[in-house]
Design a protein around this ligand. Structure first.
Ligand code: PHE
Length: 349
């Protein structure tokens, strides 16, 4: 009976082992593996159940069965560990497969912005002047009336100083949003000794109603050259060259007398219409010419006011509106389009 019990238990253990090995071989998920571990090795598992029956065995039989049970337990444990490793490796391989990046698939193109058309023109203008040895300077938009007007020889009573024309911050009309970039002439002359060659782009403000050609905020570019022996010929030569670089080699310029308080003599420069070449068309409003900028020889009073000896130094200055130039350049008909920032419009450039 005992001998039989022994034999039975041996058989039972071998059977458990065989079953367990087969089940383990077919397992393909880690939770199923864990279930098998509990089934065979757990506290209520099959091997434990066998061990619990060992009380009925003789003293000689017990170690034999015990040893066999332990050995089988160890073998099953090892098989589980092996299988667990295999499953982990398979899971990793599957994940790597899943996360593989196919570098040959075309990417999603992201929409990137571009420079505003007016600033594209500004860049071009800056490049032209930098190429001629000019320095680009930028400065404040809130100005003292002293710099915006007085030091530019625009004395009390000048129409540009009217409240209806200018954005003042204070009742005493001393601080304002600059109405022109010309105060940059003064700032540069005050902090820098000649020779000076500078351009100063920036925003300016005037109390204008918005329409197709006006805005209370717009951009100007100021330019100035101060050195010994500078004449009107330098002004004409330089600005004509700038016009040719902007509008093409064939561009014809003309200079008309004008008046600005801070230049003497003063002029305006026109270019012959690039569309009709002077015949008159809608672009030049039948004139044949397009007004581009105001300029002149820097007034001796302005030079002296900045501590520059006007008997030694002379110079010229110019200023023009950037929006109008961009409108003409891109053949845009309405100034408002420049500021509305409608992407459908801006994307065209
Ligand atoms: N500041 C003048 C304007 O706004 C332009 C100008 C600048 C004229 C420099 C002459 C010299 O109209």
């Amino acid at each position: 009976m005992r001998k039989e019990g022994n034999h039975n238990m041996k058989q039972k253990l071998e059977q458990i082992k065989a079953e367990a090995m087969e089940a383990l071989g077919g397992v393909s998920a880690s939770d199923a593996l864990e279930q098998l571990r509990v089934k065979y090795l757990g506290k209520k598992g099959e091997i434990t159940a066998i061990l619990k029956q060992m009380g009925g065995l003789s003293a000689e039989e017990r170690p034999v069965i015990g040893q066999l049970a332990n050995q089988i337990r160890a073998e099953i444990e090892q098989a589980i560990a092996q299988q667990s490793k295999r499953l982990e490796a398979a899971a990793l391989a599957a994940r790597l497969e899943l996360e593989t990046v196919d570098v040959t698939i075309p990417g999603q193109t992201r929409k990137i912005g571009m420079k505003h058309p007016m600033y594209q023109v500004l860049d071009q203008i800056k490049d032209i002047f930098i190429g001629m040895g000019f320095e680009v300077v930028e400065d404040r938009e809130v100005e003292l009336a002293e710099y915006n007007f007085d030091k530019l020889n625009e004395t009390e009573g000048h129409p540009a100083r009217e409240w209806s024309d200018t954005f003042y911050f204070t009742e005493d009309s001393k601080i304002l949003l600059r109405t022109q970039t010309s105060p940059m002439q003064i700032h540069v002359m005050e902090r820098q000794k000649p020779p000076i060659r500078m351009v100063a782009p920036g925003r300016v403000y005037r109390k204008d109603e918005v329409d197709a050609t006006h805005s209370p905020m717009f951009h100007q570019i100021e330019g100035m050259v101060i050195d010994k022996g500078i004449t009107m010929a330098d002004l004409k030569g330089t600005l004509s060259q700038v016009a040719r670089q902007l509008y093409g080699e064939q561009t014809v310029t003309r200079f008309r007398p004008h008046h600005f308080p801070f230049t003497e003599p003063s002029c305006e420069m026109d270019i012959q219409c690039y569309k009709c070449h002077g015949a008159g068309c809608s672009t030049c409003k039948g004139e044949g010419w397009i007004e581009l900028l105001g300029a002149g020889m820097v007034h001796p009073k302005v030079l002296e006011g900045c501590g520059i000896d006007s008997s030694v130094y002379s110079g010229w200055a110019f200023g023009f509106g950037l929006e109008r130039l961009a409108l003409a350049y891109f053949k845009i008909s309405d100034l408002r389009l420049i500021f509305e920032n409608d992407v459908r419009f801006l994307e065209q450039f």
